[in-house]
Design a protein around this ligand. Sequence first.
Ligand code: SF4
Length: 207
Amino acid sequence: METKPTEPSLALTEIPPGYLNIMGYVDESEVNGPGCRAVIWVQGCPRECPGCFNPDSWSFEINQLISVDTLAKKILSKSRNTGVTFSGGEPFWQAAALASLARKLKAAGLNVMSFTGFTLKQLQSESAPPNSQELLEQLDILIDGPFVESLAINSPNSPVSSSNQRVNVFNPDLSDQITWASDQIEVHILKDGSRIVTGYQGGLTLT
Ligand code: SF4
């Protein structure tokens, strides 16, 4: 199922400490995890899974640098955000900065969820990306495993996109809130007229 190497580009070293390189961001999404939440799509994933919902996120080149502090303030400024979801790209290649962001948001009462192309077991092993354990410790929910096209689930009732993926609920308070479906779509129209389409298999389109 996983045939691609998992080493990121050296471009990761160009991200200043305390910053994230992101592909996109949206507030008040209801199709990327429990309730109403902010979603951050990080930039960079080396797997190149066939059928990936976000191929524009594969490159590790710098796309949009944003500080953890700025992002925390933006997310907390929207009172309808009751949680945050990290998607990608591969969140665990930017684990230290995301863990730092998660700590700030959890201190303000938000819950934190992440997608990953790694399995939980891989993230708990010695070959995991740096600081993976630090990020794992902050998560309420982890959806693990890459998208595998041959195992795709296209169901209005499934929170995962392919049957190899698992919903790991670390916070029992959220165990009855696994209610989103991976093939729902949401369109956000921003003040400048641009649109963000998200939700289908965790995907993101900017127009
Ligand atoms: S499906 Fe996920 S793990 Fe696979 S290439 Fe796309 S972002 Fe990476």
